[in-house]
Design a protein around this ligand. Structure first.
Ligand code: 2AM
Ligand code: CA
Length: 270
């Protein structure tokens, strides 16, 4: 994709993200209509659905040859990353949206032949727009994010992770994760994967670990983290498959190897 085409696409996507933000803020004034999906913890509101529809209709009309991967059913079932693929979560952090009315975001990424070209994560309530174009750096509103700090250890880091790592799970022995939590300066749980990626990119946390995330939770965040020198893999250090669910470690390179070798590998369940 040449620069001119990409810049036009970026401008259009940005306009839609900001417009969707205005709509969400307005819709929040009315009572939310909430449904459960796979479990009582897996929630969706009509705002999630309407926001996704907003994007899907515009993309399909303006770019009929582009593809869409998204959470709430308006997307395509893709088996390849060929072509231009929009990857959208209309509301990332739906539990926060419902219970806290903050700490949720619109996540929108555009991949071309599997390579992340454009990213937006919009924290609607704070009015923070994180954005990036490949090889042009990452920004929070008009401020360019700095390259990630280097040469520090796990004991000097802050990690984003949730407490599911401490309850019986199939991935990593809980006692090993307890050791990791004891070693770091602190842990934080924000409840929006897209924002947690932004915080890694911003350097306010040094890594984020999750058991299982979908393409729309990570697609934009991975681009933002990459643009400041961070790395995103699964928890074994292997590349992420953007078409599937993955375990996730997005991280500052200074501590990535140690988190995998000194902790995850030691407690990895079969
Ligand atoms: P969502 O709000 O768009 O569903 C919460 O820790 C983070 O994990 C959120 O980004 C949430 O995205 C994501 N997530 C993915 N699958 C989930 C699930 N089954 N239940 C709750 N959160 C999920
Ligand atoms: Ca969502």
């Amino acid at each position: 994709m040449n620069k001119e085409v990409r810049d036009t696409l970026y401008t259009q996507a940005k306009e839609w993200v900001l417009e969707a933000g205005v709509r969400v803020r307005k819709q929040m004034l009315d009572p939310l209509v909430i449904h459960t999906k796979s479990s009582p913890r897996d929630l969706v509101t009509t705002v999630d659905q309407e926001t996704e529809r907003f994007f899907a209709m515009r993309i399909r009309e303006q770019y009929p040859d582009h593809h869409l991967i998204s959470e709430e059913g308006y997307g395509d079932r893709l088996h390849t990353t060929e072509g231009v693929v929009w990857i959208i979560d209309p509301i990332d952090g739906t539990t926060n949206f419902i219970h806290q009315r903050r700490n949720f975001a619109i996540s929108l990424a555009i991949y071309v032949d599997g390579i992340g070209e454009i990213a937006f994560v919009y924290d609607i309530m704070q009015d923070y727009l994180y954005h990036a174009k490949r090889n042009e750096g990452a920004y929070k509103n008009h401020i360019r994010l700095k390259p990630l700090r280097r040469n520090f250890t796990v004991s000097e880091s802050v990690l984003a992770m949730n407490n599911r790592w401490l309850i019986p799970n199939t991935l990593v022995d809980e006692s090993v994760m307890e050791q990791l939590i004891q070693e770091v300066r602190g842990t934080r749980t924000y409840g929006s994967a897209a924002l947690e990626f932004c915080y890694v990119a911003e350097g306010i946390v040094d890594g984020y670990l999750s058991h299982s995330l979908c393409p729309w939770d990570i697609a934009a965040g991975m681009i933002l983290v990459r643009e400041v020198g961070g790395i995103t893999t699964n928890i074994d250090g292997d590349p992420v498959d953007i078409l599937k669910k993955n375990s996730i470690l997005t991280c500052n390179p200074s501590i990535q190897e140690s988190i995998i070798k000194d902790y995850i590998e030691k407690g990895r369940k079969a």
